[in-house]
Design a protein around this ligand. Structure first.
Ligand SMILES: Cc1cc2nc3c(=O)[nH]c(=O)nc-3n(C[C@H](O)[C@H](O)[C@H](O)COP(=O)(O)O)c2cc1C
Length: 291
């Protein structure tokens, strides 16, 4: 829907910050003495920059009714040390307490996820929360069967060239990972969940596959979610195996009622951690080219 944008003459100071900030360059101010006006609104992606930046609250955007524009609470912003500490100390959690994750906690995590940047502010990511133990177990079983099947295929000399062709440049990594995958399958079959690690909750991030950049949008949402989970005292890890299985096997998508035309772009296993990391570990130094 094409929005409407009104610049209130009684409030506008003609500072023209909206002109500079609008990513679509939709605001025009003819001279320093005139009020800015928004044009070509069919190109507005309703990001809200204009309304959020206006120091006089002079911009009324139809996409942001009462309550949609909130003042920044400076008191709540973390210090740069705080941000760095959060980023350094977040770890993937793979040992979870057998404890239900409350709905409010998951809602908070999803609330944080939706504030991630999205291409052209399309906000494409949708969420499926799986807490049903049976469904989680079925997802683990189906994922393991898929991995087991691909390992069996890879051992067949007739299949090898076909696999190489379909995986292209990723085939080397796949063949190298076969011993690890075999071990993973054996562990799951002997009762050790190496896929979801007995996490009591799983958030699936999905979107209409016809949306441009939906994959990248989802990845950014996932990291927001992981950081929020951490700050709530929850642990999480990115469920890569589940992602790969959902992208290859429609039956797993049916288990989670994935809507038609939607694709799974990621998943986050969540639960209360059994243990607390008291130390953080240094990473490789960054390889940077300065031009
Ligand atoms: C694309 C991707 C897929 C991943 N898949 C899994 C997975 O299936 N299982 C798992 O336990 N961890 C998975 N991880 C977590 C990584 O192993 C982990 O982020 C990495 O070892 C660094 O550790 P940290 O998250 O504690 O910093 C995945 C991470 C990413 C980014």
């Amino acid at each position: 829907m094409i929005p409407t944008i009104i610049v209130k003459a009684d409030l506008c100071s003609k500072c023209a910050i909206c002109v500079q900030e609008c990513p679509g360059k939709l605001f025009i101010q003819i001279s320093k003495d005139s009020f800015p006006e928004a044009h070509d609104l069919e190109f507005c992606n309703s990001c809200g920059h204009c309304a959020a930046i206006c120091p006089k609250d002079a911009i009324v955007h139809s996409g942001f009714p009462q309550g949609y524009i909130q003042p920044v609470n400076q008191k709540n912003l973390p210090s740069q040390e705080g941000v760095l500490e959060l980023l350094r100390t977040r770890r993937s959690t793979r040992a979870f307490q057998d404890k239900f994750v409350e709905k409010q906690q998951i809602e908070r995590i999803i609330d944080a996820a939706r504030f991630a940047p999205t291409s052209h502010n399309t906000q494409t990511t949708r969420y499926i929360v799986v807490q049903n133990k049976k469904t989680l177990e079925e997802m683990v079983r189906a994922t393991t069967n898929l991995i087991s099947g691909s390992v069996t295929k890879a051992r067949n000399p007739l299949m090898k060239p076909l696999i190489s062709m379909s995986l292209g440049k990723h085939s080397g990594a796949f063949f190298k990972s076969i011993p690890q995958l075999k071990r993973l399958v054996a562990l799951v079959k002997s009762g050790t969940d190496r896929i979801l690690r007995n996490a009591p909750a799983l958030i699936i991030f999905h979107a209409d596959e016809r949306s441009a950049m939906a994959d990248i949008n989802a990845q950014l949402a996932i990291q927001n979610a992981a950081l929020m989970a951490y700050s709530l005292g929850l642990g999480s890890f990115y469920t890569g195996y589940i992602l790969a299985a959902c992208q290859r096997d429609k039956s797993i998508c049916r288990l989670i009622n994935l809507p038609e035309n939607h694709k799974v772009y990621g998943g986050l296993a969540i639960g209360y951690p059994k243990f607390e990391f008291k130390k953080w570990i240094e990473r490789k130094p960054p390889e940077v080219s300065w031009l």
